[in-house]
Design a protein around this ligand. Structure first.
Ligand code: TGC
Length: 401
């Protein structure tokens, strides 16, 4: 089995803090990342290509919804799931994002809030990678304030008619089913406007339903090996069986965001580790003024600072994972992790780029790709600013939203 960055692994011995089963999950993900993703990722990123054939393989490896129990899901622990996120994102944020959207958002929503029939209908196929799900919450006016959503569902006979628009929806054009969050039109009038006071509910909409259209967003300079879409909902008619019975109010989608944000805490540290490895490789192989650049104090100081933040970030992720396994992880704690991991990973990517000098801007090294991807990760699932404000509210008791 390939070992990544022996020097990085050896100094801190994080392996001492994880169990054998967790290590097996990690190595399985590392192998997939190295043998399947890394050989093609630069081409896929350049071409803007989502490699759909990997989805089944990820299912066969047990990664999809791996932290859920029953319905074909692996029932693994939170730390095992985090380690898988770390290894996938060490290859590319797009593939960790896929696993997050499928497992932490779409499958979690069905697992937490679905009826027994809905769970049986969707979860086994999604766990196996035979079916893809997406999670449609964010709207074109912005993602930070889901309470302001304007997508509405109104009662129509014995079913529902849904109108609205969503944006930045991962994998929507590839998906078989969409978890769509909409406000219930309490007036009964319909017509598409926002409905003050209407409860937010979730609907499971097969993407082949008439009126559902997903269009990939072009021109992205980030997450190019992944797909994010505009979604139009134009008089989409579904029956009562589409309604998620267990979710009413924003706590429904927010509790799914908790799951995805948790995966990012780990994943971003994978991208950071990859950047540190690239910088280390370059620092020990490139000679300037007659010696490796890594023999210079300025370079060593940068490497040391990068290493400190990677190790601190992974230790924080591990702490949050152990809390999650005890059922004690709070949204504010997740905000600490999401804010820290992505912010530090971006700083590390920028420092690594400077050590790589001119070559650092080419795709001979993964660093610019990670930096570009991390700009998306910084923005989705709550921006830096949203997480600062969540923590500000936690500390002061005062809401600045
Ligand atoms: P607030 O009054 O705080 O809360 C409303 C209700 O929600 C509950 N709640 C939570 N429940 C579980 N987990 C959390 N993290 C929760 N946060 C809030 C809360 O208890 C309350 O419940 P109840 O029963 O009392 O009604 O709501 P607010 O509107 O003041 O919230 C403010 C804020 C900023 C924290 C929230 O709006 C927020 O987190 N905004 C950021 C949303 C975000 O992350 N959006 C990006 C989503 S990414 C995406 O859609 C793309 S998916 C990825 C992909 O497809 O690629």
């Amino acid at each position: 089995m390939t070992t990544i960055a022996p020097r990085i692994d050896a100094v801190f011995d994080l392996d001492a803090l994880i169990g054998d089963e967790e290590r097996e999950w990690q190595l399985r993900a590392r192998r997939f990342a190295q043998e399947r993703i890394l050989p093609v990722i630069e081409d896929d990123f350049e071409a803007g290509h989502f490699r759909r054939e990997f989805v089944r393989e990820l299912g066969e490896l047990g990664f999809l919804g791996m932290h859920l129990t029953g319905y074909g899901c692996a029932g693994a622990g939170a730390v095992a799931y985090g380690l898988v996120c770390l290894e996938l994102e060490a290859a590319d944020s797009g593939w960790r994002t896929f696993v997050s959207v499928q497992g932490s958002l779409a499958m979690s929503a069905i697992h937490k809030y679905g009826s027994e029939e809905q769970k049986r209908q969707w979860l086994p196929g999604m766990a196996a990678g035979e079916l893809i799900g997406c999670f449609a919450l964010t709207e074109p006016h912005g993602g930070s304030d889901p309470a302001g959503m304007t997508t509405v569902a109104r009662r129509d006979g014995d079913g529902w008619v849904i109108d609205g628009a969503k944006r930045w929806i991962g994998l929507a054009s590839e998906a078989d089913v969409a978890v769509v969050w909409a406000k219930i039109d309490e007036t009964g009038a319909g017509g598409g406007g926002g409905v003050p006071g209407g409860a937010v509910r979730g609907f499971l909409i097969p993407t082949a339903t008439p009126g559902f259209t997903a269009t990939p967003i072009d021109g992205k300079l980030s997450m190019r090996a992944s797909v994010q879409c505009d979604v139009a909902l134009d008089r989409v008619r579904v029956g009562d069986e589409a309604l998620l019975p267990g979710a009413s109010g924003l706590s429904g989608p927010f509790s799914c965001l908790n799951e995805a944000r948790y995966g990012i805490v780990w994943g971003a540290m994978g991208a950071a580790r990859s950047c540190l490895e690239a910088a280390l490789a370059r620092a020990t192989s490139r000679e300037v003024f007659g010696k490796p650049i890594g023999a210079n104090q300025l370079i060593q100081a940068k490497l040391a600072d990068m290493f400190v933040e990677v190790e601190k970030g992974i230790l924080l992720a591990l702490h949050l994972g152990r809390l999650k396994e005890r059922g004690a992880l709070t949204p504010a704690q997740i905000s600490v992790g999401k804010l820290n991991s992505v912010r530090e990973a971006l700083t590390i990517a920028h420092e690594a780029r400077s050590i790589l000098a001119g070559d650092g801007i080419t795709n001979a090294w993964p660093v610019m790709r990670h930096a570009a991807n991390l700009e998306s990760v910084r923005t989705y699932e709550g921006t830096d600013e949203i997480h600062q404000l969540i923590l500000g509210r936690e500390l002061t008791g005062l809401s600045a939203f």
